[in-house]
Design a protein around this ligand. Sequence first.
Ligand code: AKG
Ligand code: FE2
Length: 199
Amino acid sequence: MALTLLPLPAAEVLLDTHFLPALLAQTLLTELTTSIAWRQEPIKLFGKEVLQPRLTAWYGDAGAQYSYSGLTWQPLPWTLELQELREQVEAACGTSFNSVLLNLYRHGQDSMGWHADNEPELGREPVIASVSLGAARNFRLRPRDPQRTPHEPVTLELPSGSLLVMRGSTQQHWLHAVPKTARPIGPRLNLTFRRIVTA
Ligand SMILES: O=C(O)CCC(=O)C(=O)O
Ligand SMILES: [Fe+2]
């Protein structure tokens, strides 16, 4: 299979639903679930501190630091599995990445709210390459300003072993989210490979 460009205005979103063979995706899910240093980070929601509804971890090159909440965060060093997966994703995208943000959605009540990956550290038109392992979840996209970018919200199902790429002006004009689901489903692990450009 190969990456297929979705017909969306003011965006470049590509999807390969069969990027990794099913068996490799399953093996990676098991290995990464146990070996990654998962954390549940606090976030401010309406002025109140709550825990994020998912587990996260950040790995990358030593120089790929970013600032957040007035602090400078250093990534953990690449593991063998992450390094191998990075090379496969780089070959598929024709781009290089220096960090990966991992998200573990433990069950259907774990989620990610509407946002764009538009931190200054990612530069103006970042390439974000997202690999999904485990339970298929819906990935939603909607225009940031429907007046300027008239389009209905889009729902993509991201199955185990899929690769989703967002590039070009996608983060400027669109938001994305992974909503909760009432379906009783198992864990989903997502890796978003990124390039931190500022020193
Ligand atoms: O889990 C996903 O598919 C999306 C993750 C995401 O949007 C992010 O890490 O910024
Ligand atoms: Fe994102």
